[in-house]
Design a binder for this molecule. Structure first.
Ligand SMILES: [Zn+2]
Length: 263
């Protein structure tokens, strides 16, 4: 009977609707559940991974931030195997800092501000007054000093005392030889034992300077202990060197030691 078929068809249709509905429901739910399932494991690695990058950021010092080759860079490293390039480089932003000096006080602007603060702090903190013995030396001046010394002492002794032109850090405009006022132990190792020399060794880093030729590092720097020779590198680097206890630019930047000229 056709009447009897109707409920069966209806119930089949209803059943089909339910099945379709379930399938649609499952399919519809599936994309919602899938991310939930894949999201829940991902937060835990993220959380556990988080402290590592944070620690790395804290201890990471970008040694490539400034050039160590460009003579205009405050991080330039020049020594007996790393001459300035060009050899007759002349800094373009030198000024006379507002400090006492004996001769040749020119120094680059950034270093000038720092040396003013350094000298003021030495006096304010009870170590006594500092003054510049000499700062910038040009390629031409270094040439005449060097040649005069060679004539007087011979090449070997002259080169032990005075850098070849183009190799002197004084030519960067970032360096000064300093002494107390009145001058005691000028350009001599005993400057390190004066109140100013002792204070300088402990505190130069606070103002962006390093004692460029420390005691016991002649085999690395190529120079005898020069407690009077300070080099401006900026406080980022001077602080990092202070904190890590690395005394020379060569060692800090992983450069080969420069005990002597190669030729
Ligand atoms: Zn010097």
């Amino acid at each position: 009977m056709p009447v009897a078929h109707t409920p069966r068809i209806l119930s089949l249709m209803m059943a089909a609707t339910v099945v379709v509905g379930l399938v649609v429901g499952v399919v519809a739910c599936a994309p919602e559940r899938a991310p939930t399932a894949s999201e829940s494991p991902s937060p835990s690695p993220t959380v556990s991974a988080l402290p590592t990058p944070v620690e790395k950021v804290k201890s990471f010092f970008d040694t490539g931030r400034y050039s160590i080759d460009d003579p205009t860079s405050i991080w330039v490293v020049n020594d007996k195997i790393r001459p300035l390039n060009p050899l007759d480089y002349v800094p373009q932003d030198m000024v006379t800092p507002n400090v006492r000096y004996i001769s040749s006080p020119l120094i680059r602007t950034e270093a000038a501000g720092a040396i003013e603060k350094l000298f003021a702090a030495s006096a304010a903190e009870g170590a006594g007054e500092l003054q510049i013995q000499n700062a910038y030396r040009s390629f031409a001046v270094q040439t005449s000093i060097h040649n005069r010394l060679i004539a007087q002492l011979g090449k070997a002794k002259a080169q032990a005392q005075s850098a070849r032109p183009g190799y002197s850090e004084h030519q960067t405009g970032l360096t000064a030889d300093v002494v107390g006022r009145p001058a005691v132990c000028s350009i001599q190792a005993c400057f390190g034992t004066t109140p100013q020399g002792a204070w300088l060794a402990k505190n130069a880093w606070r103002f962006g300077f390093v004692i460029r030729y420390p005691e016991g590092k002649t085999a690395v720097t190529g120079y005898i202990y020069e407690p009077w020779h300070i080099r401006y590198v900026g406080t980022d680097l001077s602080t990092e060197m202070h904190n890590t206890g690395i005394l020379t630019l060569e060692e800090f930047f992983g450069l080969p030691p420069a005990p002597d000229y190669t030729s």
